[in-house]
Write a protein that binds this ligand. Sequence first.
Ligand SMILES: *[C@@H]1O[C@H](CO)[C@@H](O)[C@H](O)[C@H]1NC(C)=O
Ligand SMILES: *[C@@H]1O[C@H](CO)[C@@H](O)[C@H](O)[C@H]1NC(C)=O
Ligand SMILES: *[C@@H]1O[C@H](CO)[C@@H](O)[C@H](O)[C@H]1NC(C)=O
Ligand SMILES: *[C@@H]1O[C@H](CO)[C@@H](O)[C@H](O)[C@H]1NC(C)=O
Ligand SMILES: CC(=O)N[C@H]1CO[C@H](CO)[C@@H](O)[C@@H]1O
Ligand SMILES: [Cu+2]
Length: 607
Amino acid sequence: MAKAADLRPAHAPLNFSLAKSHRTRMKSKMELVLMLLLMVSLAGAQNPSPSVTQQTLQQVAASLRMYVDQLPNMPRIYGYSMQDGSPKPVTLTIGMYRKTWKFHRDLPSTPVFVFGTSAEAATFPGPTIIARQGVPLSVTWQNHLPSSHILPWDPTVPTAIPKNGGVPTVVHLHGSVHPPASDGSALAWFTANFQETGPKWTQATYTYPNVQPPGNLWYHDHALGLTRANLLAGLLGAYVIQNPSLDDPFNLPCGDTFDRHLVIADRSFNVDGTLFMNATGINPSIHPQWQPEYFGEAITVNGKAWPFLAVHRRRYRFRIINSSNARYLRLALSNGLAFCVIGSDASYLAAPVTSQNILLAPAEVADVIIDFSLSTTNEAELTNDAPYPYPTGSPAGPLNGKVMKFVILPKGAPPEAPDNSTVPTKEVNFTSVVPTDVAVTRYITMYEYTSASGSPTHLYINGKRFEDPVTETPRSGTTELWNVINLTGDNHPLHIHLGVFQAIKVQELVDLTTFKNCMTAINDAVKCNVAGHAVGKVVPVPEHEKTWKNVVKMEPGYMTSVVVAFKLVETNQKYPFDATGEPGYVYHCHILDHEDNAMIRPMKMLP
Ligand SMILES: *[C@@H]1O[C@H](CO)[C@@H](O)[C@H](O)[C@H]1NC(C)=O
Ligand SMILES: *[C@@H]1O[C@H](CO)[C@@H](O)[C@H](O)[C@H]1NC(C)=O
Ligand SMILES: *[C@@H]1O[C@H](CO)[C@@H](O)[C@H](O)[C@H]1NC(C)=O
Ligand SMILES: *[C@@H]1O[C@H](CO)[C@@H](O)[C@H](O)[C@H]1NC(C)=O
Ligand SMILES: CC(=O)N[C@H]1CO[C@H](CO)[C@@H](O)[C@@H]1O
Ligand SMILES: [Cu+2]
């Protein structure tokens, strides 16, 4: 791609030898800090980066030439086998490995923790698993990770801490409808070879019934207090449920070339190319390591920093997963092409929606068609202009404002297959979201707590810790109305395991100070007259988010009312399994740094 060089952003290249000598000068100081860390910390903060500055991280990111690495296609693994023309269940074994990964042509290979069928095959992100609707898939998730972490972590937030070392992990299939024993409870963690297991661990093999409609899921680590570090290290991958009888009539772009995943993750790199995660907390006297949000200086897609993809002048399908720890992405194409959104999270829409931009919270998924035949240019950058933290933080800059580039080949460039795909006019008509038969109405309030100096110390839902007794106990097969009140300054992407949900009303809270003071004092929305406060501006729910979702963004200062369905929304039927067993489920904020400390609550289904 000769053109790439012309597009190099105008920041000064980092002089690596300069950076190295700077590093040498820092060495004695670093050794001192490391020794102190060793003495003070209970735990395995392995990252040799306490003296790295934000400026260094920016310089490293700015030194990486954009759009020189080709967008990788992750390996695909099939979650069924075809026998006599019909799909049959299989059991897969997928391991978690420490290996090295090259995030950019000009970065050295660096340690990561990644999923794969073997150490050699493991990738960042992991392999894409293709499952079939109605065909259960069993996966034995194996932990082959070393005795200590490659990233710092914090023993003072509620954390899985094995007695004999090792990296605790447990896998959650995000967006999946499955029994509680296969949910990947934060307390069902295990270390290498199941040497140690968490208090709720019961089984090595998880079964995903795939009883839900076709759509986009993803799998990732969910270990107590380590989720932010384990995902930052690379423990995530895509999972697709297909159903040819439903998918094929839509005639969407298909096949490895025209149907692609874009797994987006922001990451910062040290000068030696290793992944950076701050080893010093924002309130180190309370939490030695925990920071309220991780924002990386570089944007990676499928494990490469600012890659490019050469595309023909035709339609492509992109399944975009925001797997950032805390960064929101507001995506647009620099040449003005629109996204035709066909799905949100694990669900198709009722009909495609055209949008110039898409706002994705962490863990949100957008399924889109881009028609490059309409392009008047030879390239299009995928850009991001979401402030961070969202919505009132710093504006996206020249680095994190860019995601990747599409190089649009000339018309007729060989080998171009004829584009016989179409955009459907109608998609899936799911169970209505109108809350006619709401079994229970709940108020869910998000709180952030700060130190005397005003910096965050922790976050809770409903003022309760994760380990406090369960308060959300929906009946399996019912629909509930959750009024989510955000009393913090940030937008929080709420994620509910098992259930699917969608926003029906987003309304500003007026006289917020009175309401907030009352809630802070007595933590009771009804007694604090929520009905009298949730009367402000109404923000419309975007058309392309009107489907059954796994993540809904919670606007700060607003009450967002969501309908939550604890049943199959395709058929309006109960789950074909017992959802009431141990260890139950959870719901939480999907900003991983919030989830770990500890915006997460248990949820137990009742019969
Ligand atoms: C790491 O966190 C500390 C404490 O909040 C902060 O002073 C420092 O600037 C951070 N380092 C980087 C590189 O962001
Ligand atoms: C991904 O989510 C993070 C927050 O978790 C956000 O900052 C970022 O903008 C999102 N990216 C996209 C492409 O939506
Ligand atoms: C479109 O073309 C592909 C080959 O490029 C073929 O496999 C597929 O069946 C065609 N679809 C239709 C609807 O013609
Ligand atoms: C969806 O189904 C409902 C009945 O369940 C029906 O009333 C409605 O018209 C359908 N909508 C579409 C777009 O087909
Ligand atoms: C109720 C409440 O405290 N809301 C906060 C939500 O976030 C905004 C900032 O975006 C704050 O101004 C509000 O105080
Ligand atoms: Cu949050």
